[in-house]
Design a protein around this ligand. Structure first.
Ligand code: BJW
Length: 249
C-alpha cells in the first residue's frame, strides 16, 4: 500500500471498529477480483464492448431481444463459474463476528455477497439469475411453459410475452422496498464504506451524499478516482480484496 493509503487504512479500521452502524455500498469493483468484469473500466469493462443504453434498457431489449438475451446468458454463465473473493468473505465474516452492526447495500446483480454468506444484502439493481415477464401477463404466462428458439429469450407459447432478466435497467425504478431499506440504514449509519463503484449511477450514488450530509464518515475503497471522492473522509486507492480483509479484521 502507498503511505497515504496505509494511513487511511489505519483510520478506517479505527472508525469501522468504533462504529455503531456500519454501511457498505458496493459496486462491480468488489467482484472484479472474482473475475467478473466491471461496467466502465476502460479495457475490461462490459461497456468498452457494448453500448449501455442498448444493452441495459427496455428499449434496447425490445429492439434487439436476441442480442441482449445472449449478453445476459453469457454473464449468467460467467457468474455461475466464479467464486466470492476475499472482499465478499471479509464482509460476511464481519457480520458473523458483529451481528446487526453491518448493512451491505449492493448495486451488483451477481449474488456473490450472498454466496459468501452475507444474507441480509440490500440489492438495489436486482438479480441476474432471476427472470421476470417483460410485459404484464394474463393467466397464460407460466415460466415453466416457455419456448426458446435459437438464442432468443424464452416466450410464452400462448401470447408471445418474453422473459427478461430480473435486473434494473436504465430508466426503471429501483425496487421500492430495497431503496427505502437502503435509505433507512444509511440514515442511521455513522460510517459508510463505498467499495468498487464509479459512483455515476443514481439513485445509488445519492446514498453516499446522504451519508456524508448526515455526518457519517465516508471511506472510499477503489484503485481509481471516482465521482464521489470529494465526499471521502478517507480514500484508499487499492483493490477491495486486498484492503477489506485488513480493515474488517
Ligand atoms: C475496483 C476494483 C477492485 C475495479 N477493487 N474497486 C441523476 C442524475 C443523472 C442521471 C440520473 C439521475 N437519477 C437517475 C438518473 C438516470 C440513471 C442514471 O443514473 N444515469 C447516469 C448513468 C447518468 N438512473 C436510472 O435510470 C436508475 N433508475 C431511476 O433513476 O429510476 C427513477 C426514474 C425512472 C424513470 C424516469 C425517471 C426516473 C436505474 C439505474 C439502473 C442501473 N442499472 C445497471 C445495469 C443493471 C443490470 C445489469 O447488470 O446488466 O446497474 S447500469 C450498471 O451501473 C449496473 C451497476 O450496478 C451500475 C453501477 O456501476 P458500478 O457498480 O459503479 O460499476 P462501474 O463499472 O461503473 O465501476 C466499477 C468501479 O470499480 C470503478 O470505479 C473501478 O475503478 C473499481 N474497481 N477493480 C475495488 N479490485
Amino acid at each position: 500500500l502507498e503511505v497515504e493509503s496505509a494511513k487511511s487504512l489505519e483510520l478506517a479500521r479505527q472508525w469501522v471498529h468504533a462504529a455503531q452502524h456500519l454501511v457498505v455500498l458496493s459496486g462491480a469493483g468488489v467482484s472484479a477480483e472474482s473475475g467478473v468484469p466491471t461496467f466502465r473500466d476502460t479495457h475490461t469493462g462490459y461497456w468498452a464492448q457494448f453500448d449501455p443504453q442498448e444493452m441495459a434498457s427496455e428499449a434496447g431489449f425490445r429492439a434487439h431481444p436476441q442480442r441482449v438475451w445472449q449478453w445476459y446468458s453469457y454473464r449468467r454463465e460467467l457468474v455461475a463459474a466464479v467464486q466470492p473473493n476475499a472482499a465478499h468473505l471479509a464482509l460476511a465474516a464481519f457480520t458473523k463476528a458483529h451481528p446487526g452492526k453491518l448493512s451491505v447495500i449492493t448495486q451488483n446483480v451477481d449474488g456473490l455477497h450472498q454466496r459468501a454468506g452475507s444474507h441480509d444484502v440490500i440489492s438495489l439493481h436486482g438479480d441476474v439469475m432471476r427472470n421476470q415477464w417483460l410485459d404484464a401477463c394474463g393467466p397464460c404466462c407460466e415460466m415453466a411453459k416457455t419456448v426458446a428458439l435459437g438464442g432468443q429469450p424464452p416466450r410464452c407459447s400462448t401470447c408471445g410475452n418474453m422473459l427478461r432478466p430480473g435486473v434494473v435497467w436504465f430508466g426503471e425504478h429501483l425496487p421500492v422496498d430495497a431503496l427505502a431499506h437502503a435509505e433507512a440504514v444509511v440514515n442511521a449509519c455513522d460510517v459508510m464504506l463505498v467499495v468498487g463503484t464509479s459512483g455515476v449511477v443514481y439513485p445509488a450514488a445519492g446514498l453516499v451524499f446522504q451519508a456524508h450530509q448526515q455526518g457519517a464518515k465516508v471511506v472510499i475503497v477503489n484503485p481509481q478516482a471516482t465521482e464521489l471522492d470529494m465526499l471521502a473522509d478517507a480514500l484508499l486507492r487499492a483493490p477491495a480484496a486486498k484492503v477489506l480483509p485488513m480493515m474488517l479484521d
